[in-house]
Write a protein that binds this ligand. Structure first.
Ligand code: SAM
Ligand code: CA
Length: 252
């Protein structure tokens, strides 16, 4: 039985009741102690100072649950270096933790096209990104990402130009993003789709107690995961880091 994201409690009449428990930016690992061990042994001691500062500023934001976890930030930073990424895109910036992890990994002439419908949250992290000396790599576009992609796709010159794309925004649009991004990423380039395990709800039974937003997006995430699995243009690897990230490598 799937119990991810649920806590079992004893009710007054002795029945087992379940309550939805937020996984948030904790890992999906089932032992908090094990996750804490990863953070304390490998992540926090090596976290660049500006990322730590941004993480601490973001922790005070009422929507801090949206931020990328520190272990996922470390993973993205390593991955970008491994593939020598230079031209990248991010959909879903919030206060910029994954953006900063990306910006710090790119060479000095690297580029990130970053999009979010909300500029205010980006501006909260911007002074820290500027202080880190990497703001010049970022082109921030405020507004929904889909029309920007539609505009880019019209010009063949943009096709096959991105080394890495990180998608961490509206889950009900992931399929629409994928339809466009597959042409914009290079053959051999990567797209990382975040939250593909969606709070563990992808294996939740139909009557599981889920938060409203988790329940709302669950079917979109399930459908999206099936779509990626059946797409012959990519190789995929779904990792239980953060809330689940599916790395896609374009092969044709
Ligand atoms: N990657 C971020 C980080 O490391 O903190 C977290 C991103 S947060 C989970 C999702 C973001 O997607 C929000 O900031 C939200 O404003 C943005 N978003 C939602 N719908 C969008 C859309 N249609 N186009 C662009 N951004 C969108
Ligand atoms: Ca995310």
């Amino acid at each position: 039985m799937a119990t991810i994201g649920e806590t079992k409690m004893e009710s007054t009449n002795g029945e087992q009741v379940s309550r939805h428990q937020e996984v948030g930016h904790k890992s999906l690992l089932q032992s908090d102690a094990l996750y804490q061990y990863i953070l304390e042994t490998s992540v926090y001691p090596r976290e660049p100072e500006p990322m730590k500062e941004l993480r601490e500023v973001t922790a005070k934001h009422p929507w801090n649950i949206m931020t990328t976890s520190a272990d996922e930030g470390q993973f993205l930073n390593m991955l970008l270096k491994l593939v020598n990424a230079k031209n990248t895109m991010e959909i879903g910036v919030f206060t910029g933790y994954s953006l900063l992890a990306t910006a710090l990994a790119l060479p000095d002439d690297g580029k990130i096209l970053a999009m979010d419908i909300n500029r205010e949250n980006y501006e909260m992290g911007l002074p820290i990104i500027e202080k880190a000396g990497v703001a010049h790599k970022i082109e921030f576009k405020e507004g929904p990402a889909l029309p920007v992609l539609d505009e880019m796709i019209v010009d063949e010159k943009n096709h096959g130009t991105f080394d890495f794309i990180f998608v961490d925004a509206d889950k009900d649009n992931y399929i629409n993003y994928h339809k466009r991004l597959i042409d914009l990423v290079k053959v051999g380039g990567l797209i990382g789709y975040d939250n593909t395990l969606w709070n563990g709800s992808v294996v939740a039974p139909p009557n599981a107690p889920l938060r409203k937003y988790v329940r709302y997006y669950k079917d979109f995430v399930l459908e999206f995961n099936k779509t990626l699995s059946a797409d012959p243009r990519i190789e995929i690897c779904m990792l239980p880091v953060g809330d689940g990230i599916t790395i896609c490598r374009r092969v044709k």
